[in-house]
Every structure is written in C-alpha cells, then in structure tokens.
Design a protein around this ligand. Structure first.
Ligand code: UDP
Ligand code: GLC
Length: 538
C-alpha cells in the first residue's frame, strides 16, 4: 500500500504543480469572457486547487503519515504543503500581471487538512480484522502502571485468557511487569502529561487542556481495537478514551466499574462524563458491588447495561510458616506477643488510615501495620507524610509500622491478629476485607458501600461507622479482649469468603459477559441495546 501511495504521490505532485502553475501559463483572467464568466472560472480555480491539495494531502498522509504520531505529523505535513503552496504563489506573483492570490492559498490549506483527514480515516479502516477465532479476542485498557485493586483484578482476568488478550496501559510500572510475567502481551501507550494530571476531581479547564493528548491516544486505540472482538475498559480514563475509540473501531465495549460514581470520589463534571460515556459507548457494565451499580444508576447510568460481579480471589492452600511470620515481626520491630492489627491498601485520605491511628491511641499496647504506599496522586503523598507525623504522637510511639507497598502480602495478613478497613467514603468493593477473611482473621470494616455487602455485622466481621475512631477503638478492644469471639467471626467469614469469592467462579462470570458482549452486533444502535438487558450472569 505504501509503495502504490508513493507512486500516486508523484503523479499527484505533478498534477498539483500543473494545477497551481496553470493560471500563470494560460490566461488566468480569461479577459475575453464576460466578467461573470471570469468570476466563475476563478471560483472553479479555487475548487480545483482545493481538490488538488486534498488529493495531495491524502496521498502524502497515506505515504508517510502514521496514527502513532498523528498530531505532530498533521502539523508538519500541513505546514510543509502550505509553505510549498505559498512559494508557488510567490513565483506566480513575480510574473508580470499576476498578483499573489490568497484564495488559492486558503483553498490549498483547507484541501490539505481535509485530505489528511480522509487519509487518516482510510488508514483506520484498512487495518486490523476481527479474529474470527474461537475465543473472543479482548483488548484490555487500564490507565495506570501501578498495582491498585482494580489492576490486581484485571491481572487475574487477563492472565486466565492470556492467549486471547492484550493489555494497553496508559502508564508504565510494576503492573506491566506483573502482566508480562503472567504471559499477557502488554504495551504501554503513554498518555500526555496534561491528560495524566486530570484526576477524578478535575474541572473543565484541565479537561480542555488535556484534549489533544486524549485524542491522540484515542486514535492509537482505534487502530489497535480493530484487531480484537471486544474492548474492555478497566478504569475511568480507560472508558473516556477507550469508549469512543471502541465505537469508532466498531467494536463492543465492556466497562468494568470499580468506582463509586458520586461526590467524594468524582467531580460533578467527571461523574456526568463517565456515565454518559458508559451509556453511549458500553454494551455491558460490570459493577464490582451493588453499591457501585446503584451509584452508577443514581447518576443516570442505564440499569440494563449492569451486572454485578464481585472481585475473585485465589484460595491459598498454604499459609506463611510460623518462623517466617516471627522473622517478619522482628524485622518490623513488633514485640513477639504484641496484639497487632493490619491495615492494607494504598495510603489515601479516603482510605482512612488516620482513623485507625486515632483509634489505636485508645487500645493500649496494640500495634498497627500500615501495608501499602501512596500510589496515585500528590495529595496521597502529602497524606502519607501526614500519617508519619501522626504516628510520632507520644501515645503511639513505636506502635505504628509502615511496611510500604509489598507484592507478597500474605505474610502480613498471617502476622496480624485482626484486619481493619476504615474508608471514610463508601468503599466500592474492598479487596482487603476479603483477603483478611481468607486469612482467617477477624475483620472490622466501615459500614458503607461494598464493605457493608461483604461483612455481615457480628457474624462475619464487625461494622463501624465510617470515620468514627471511637467506634473503631471499641471494636478493636472487643476483638482484643474476646479471643473466642474473634475466632468465631474469623472462621465463619473464611468459609463464606471461600464460597462466594473464589476466583474461578468469578472468572467464569466475567467470561460469560465477554462472550455475550462479543456476540452483540454493534449495528444495533444504543436504543435497541437499551431494550435488551444484559442477561443475568449466574
Ligand atoms: N496490596 C498489595 N500490596 C500492598 C498493599 C495492598 O498488593 O502493599 C493489595 C491488597 O492486597 C489488595 C489491593 O492492593 O488486593 C487493594 O485493593 P482494595 O480493593 O482493597 O483497594 P483499592 O486500593 O483498590 O481501592
Ligand atoms: C477499586 C476500588 C476498590 C475495589 C477495587 C477492585 O480500586 O477502590 O474498592 O476493591 O477497585 O474492584
């Protein structure tokens, strides 16, 4: 294709030159014709120029343009061709009786941009074919290279269908390494700096600034998506960029909703953008809890798109050896018999680590491990610094242990006497709660969102009011002082977690959604899809 395009380019260059120079060689003004005719021919000249430059632009794009660097190439080529056009006009204007004709320059510019646009469209639709294979081919999209809960879930989903999947990340990081180690083909398509800094609370100004970067990445995803049967957006930015891209590429989209779309988590603008994008672009929305689904619908999301599938977990057959637990204790500086509570997860204000530190003051001699790091934003890093300062308080001295982010978390769960979840905003799901249960540890969780769906108060854990250090301290004291209660709760919870959250069963449900979505024809437009609820995934 490139070779033919280059030959066509030469022919067109010659034609373009002829068209551009023609008025100087012939009698441009057609003085022998009535005035109106002359105008008519001038007009025709304008259109001929426009057409010639459109062809020129399209051919140059097909010969040298690449969607990888769509925007820089677009400016370069338009600039180059327009410069050539102006030079030609200048040459003509040096001929006696000929003046510089700006109309021709404009015609060339408009034609060139239009032609390049057509070239891009042609390029987009001439590449990539649907697989036609047995298993649906899935292109997963995720905005981060860090390992948050949403990424850990995607890691398991993609690893189980590595032969039929690829992942595109918008940032590099340990997530890419983990995916590649699991045999999943992964590429990093970097999002521009401006677009990366748009966070969940972003307003209109920063969104507008990020547009060029977003459009560029979108084009690359359209190109990639055409080789797959389904596009699967795993995060909010992946939906905003991947949703329209999937539509342009003519591929159905699954949105895995890991977030509660509501105040406290997203700005109003972002809430609306997410929900409308999901409504318009997604054929299926997988919500990680009822709370997540309800918030989506309350915000205007289409209920018939939604199916609730919780996170799934490998059920460990072996736990950490006692000697390893003891040496971990020693390395953290925790005395051998000290009653210890674990809080695992990224350090962020809404995760409520500060609430645990406050509560710990009222639980004498208890130690706390904070496992995790500030993963995503500057505010998180600022918050982490604040936590270190908070832990310096005399009542807490030596009792708070920052373990940082660890890939291998099981030893920390096995070390703990209890696991705490303390999010001050509703938790969408809360993987750490289930992980605590699977480790057979009594869990205290904040009564809101997905956490309140996982924990049955007094049966499979203790629920406390979000943000209440007082209630948390009471619950901690109960577990510390009543080991038999702690043990009963932990055992019941472990059984329940093994029954409900086993990875295999969850993977099957997600596969069912993938198959169902892949088999949907995109030609059925939004209205039709609205009348066809996603079949309940049993
Ligand atoms: N996690 C981890 N290493 C750490 C801290 C946490 O691998 O040092 C894991 C944790 O085990 C859990 C996930 O990160 O699987 C956090 O998921 P969760 O749903 O609790 O919260 P999120 O951070 O996704 O909001
Ligand atoms: C998100 C949510 C968390 C959930 C995880 C996996 O990171 O914040 O609550 O457990 O996704 O679905």
């Amino acid at each position: 294709m490139k070779r033919n395009a280059r030959i066509a380019l030469l022919v067109l260059l010659a034609a373009g030159l002829w068209l551009a120079l023609k008025p100087t060689l012939g009698n441009r003004r057609f003085t022998f014709l009535p005035f109106r005719w002359s105008e008519y021919f001038d007009l025709m000249d304008f259109w001929l120029n426009l057409g010639a430059f459109a062809m020129l632009g399209m051919t140059v794009w097909l010969a040298f343009g690449t969607l990888e660097k769509a925007f820089s190439r677009l400016w370069m080529m338009t600039g180059g061709i327009t410069l050539l056009n102006i030079l030609l006009e200048l040459v003509q204007s040096s001929i006696p009786g000929r003046a510089m004709d700006m109309a021709d320059v404009w015609a060339g510019l408009i034609g060139c941009v239009g032609g390049i646009g057509c070239g891009m469209v042609l390029q987009l639709f001439s590449i990539g074919k649907k697989s036609g294979g047995k298993e649906p081919q899935v292109l997963f999209l995720d905005q981060t290279g860090r390992l948050g809960g949403a990424e850990l879930m995607l890691l398991d989903i993609a690893a189980a269908r590595a032969a039929d999947s690829e992942v595109i990340l918008f940032h590099d990081g340990e997530f890419r390494t983990a995916l590649e180690n699991a045999g999943v083909k992964t590429t990093v398509q970097r999002l521009s700096e401006e677009a990366s800094t748009v966070d969940k609370q972003a307003g209109l100004k920063s969104v507008l600034r990020s547009l060029p970067g977003i459009l560029q990445l979108m084009l690359r995803i359209v190109q990639a998506a055409r080789s797959f049967d389904v596009v699967y957006a795993n995060t909010a930015k992946a939906l905003i960029i991947g949703g329209p891209a999937a539509r342009l590429a003519g591929r159905p989209l699954i949105f895995h909703l890991h977030d509660i779309i509501a105040d406290g988590h997203f700005s109003l603008l972002n809430q609306q953008a997410l929900v409308h994008c999901a409504n318009f672009c997604a054929q299926s929305v997988i919500a990680n809890s009822e709370a997540t689904k309800d918030a989506f619908i309350a915000c205007g999301g289409r209920a018939e798109l939604c199916v609730v599938i919780p996170n799934g977990f490998r059920i460990p057959t072996e736990r950490t050896a006692a000697t390893q637990v003891s040496s971990l204790r020693a390395s953290l500086g925790i005395p051998p018999q000290a009653w210890t509570v674990l809080m695992a997860g990224r350090l962020a204000h809404w995760k409520g680590q500060h609430v645990l530190l406050e509560a710990l003051k009222a639980v004498p001699a208890a130690h706390a491990i904070l496992l995790g790091d500030a993963l995503f934003t500057d505010e998180d890093r600022e918050y982490a610094r604040g936590l270190h300062a908070q832990a310096e308080a005399p009542e807490l001295a030596g009792r708070v242990h920052f373990a940082g982010f660890q890939k291998e978390t099981m030893p920390y769960f096995d070390l703990a006497d209890a696991v705490v979840h303390a999010s001050v905003h509703p938790e969408p799901f809360g993987r750490v709660i289930v992980e605590g249960m699977l480790a057979c540890k009594p869990v205290i969780a904040a009564r809101a969102g997905g956490a309140a769906e996982i924990v049955q108060h007094e049966q499979t854990g203790l629920l406390v009011a979000p943000g209440s250090a007082g209630e948390l301290a009471e619950a901690l004291l109960r577990l510390k002082n009543e080991p038999s209660l702690a043990c009963d709760i932990a055992q019941r919870a472990q059984q329940m977690a093994q029954d409900i959250y086993a990875l295999n069963a969850v993977q099957e449900k997600i596969e069912a959604v993938i198959r169902q979505t892949a088999s949907r024809e995109l030609s059925q437009e939004t209205e039709t899809a609205a009348n066809q609820p996603l079949q309940q995934v049993a």
